[in-house]
Design a protein around this ligand. Structure first.
Ligand code: MEV
Length: 311
């Protein structure tokens, strides 16, 4: 039996912009997907997915998940027709849009395969395999999600060949609340939408992309200085930029506003958008609880977690 885990993630700055080479900042969260791989008597591979999930998520992603598993097996050089396996997914990360669920499961599976078949894959190789798997969900993923799911911690990530990945040191972990709209969103469609609008309005988008790039450097400095007020303000600004490129929605805007009204230092959509999660910066347990309860009172699910936790 082989076992592996992959961390969930929260993008703090520049999802979508990152697809075009703009720097982004991402943190792993303290929730993870676990994969177990076992040889069995059946044919090919079989899947048992017991992750907690937003209703509808697993059903909607099933085709993409199957393709993703095929891609990972192929990239690992494994043939399930010769070595039939049962794959089990579990853990405490909710399978939902915006929280890195697909990347976490790809990393967990790559690690479990490495364990079961004695492949001794390095983290770098695990990350590469997970990136292959992510293509089934995103089309052209930047690689930010699988990088966070593999390495954990707080990361400065720039897409490229190879991608640039640097650790950002945070003085101490900081509480955040992630509010789930409950809407299952299609990341590939959200990314395609940005591409279409960007081609249609090149000047407007060039300006927005320049601003997002400048913001990333300010955000990195604010995090390194542990200036959380500034981090929050920059998250607010980033949300406006994401709205401007068309990836927010009514529910996300509502959650963002709710979090700010209850004292969050800043709030924004996180991940692919058009549903999925919002993240609010809520330093200290008390503020975190206040914001999480406000979200729950409105009938949404709130996840209390922290950024900057090193594995
Ligand atoms: C999705 O979590 C993040 C996006 O930027 C897509 C990607 O980076 O591949 C929307």
């Amino acid at each position: 039996m082989g076992k592996g885990i992959g961390f969930g993630k929260v993008i703090l700055f520049n999802e979508h912009f990152v697809v075009y080479g703009v720097p982004s900042i991402v943190s792993a969260i303290d929730k993870a997907t676990v994969a177990v791989v076992e040889r069995f008597d059946g044919e090919g591979w079989a899947l048992e997915d017991e992750r907690p999930a937003t209703p509808g998520y697993k059903e909607e992603k099933l085709e993409q998940q199957r393709e993703s598993i095929e891609r990972i097996l192929k990239a690992a050089g494994l043939d399930a027709t010769k070595n039939p396996i049962k794959i089990w997914f579990g853990g405490d990360l909710v399978a939902a849009s915006g929280i890195g669920a697909s990347a976490a499961s790809c990393v967990a599976l790559a690690r479990a395969l490495s364990d079961e078949f004695g492949l001794q894959l390095s983290d770098e190789r695990i990350n590469e395999l997970a990136y292959e798997g992510e293509k089934a969900y995103h089309g052209t993923p930047s690689g930010v999600d699988n990088t966070a799911a593999t390495y954990g911690g707080l990361i400065w990530f720039v897409k490229g060949q190879p991608p640039l990945f640097e650790r950002i040191e945070l003085k101490e972990p900081v509480e955040v609340v992630m509010g789930n709209t409950g809407i299952v969103a299609d990341t590939a469609a959200a990314v395609a939408g940005v591409r279409e609008r960007k081609e249609k309005h090149p000047e407007k988008y060039a300006k927005l992309f320049k601003e997002a790039e400048e913001l990333a450097y300010k955000a990195r400095k604010a995090l390194e200085d542990f200036n959380l007020k500034a981090v929050g303000e920059l998250m607010d600004e980033n949300h406006e930029q994401l709205r401007a490129i068309g990836v927010s929605c009514e529910e996300l805007d509502r959650l963002v506003e709710l979090a700010r009204d209850h004292g969050a230092f800043g709030a924004k959509l996180t991940g692919g958008g058009l549903g999925g999660y919002m993240v609010a910066l809520t330093p200290g347990k008390e503020l975190q609880e206040e914001v999480a309860r406000a979200i729950e009172r409105e009938g949404f699910e709130a996840l209390r977690t922290r950024i900057g936790v090193r594995p």
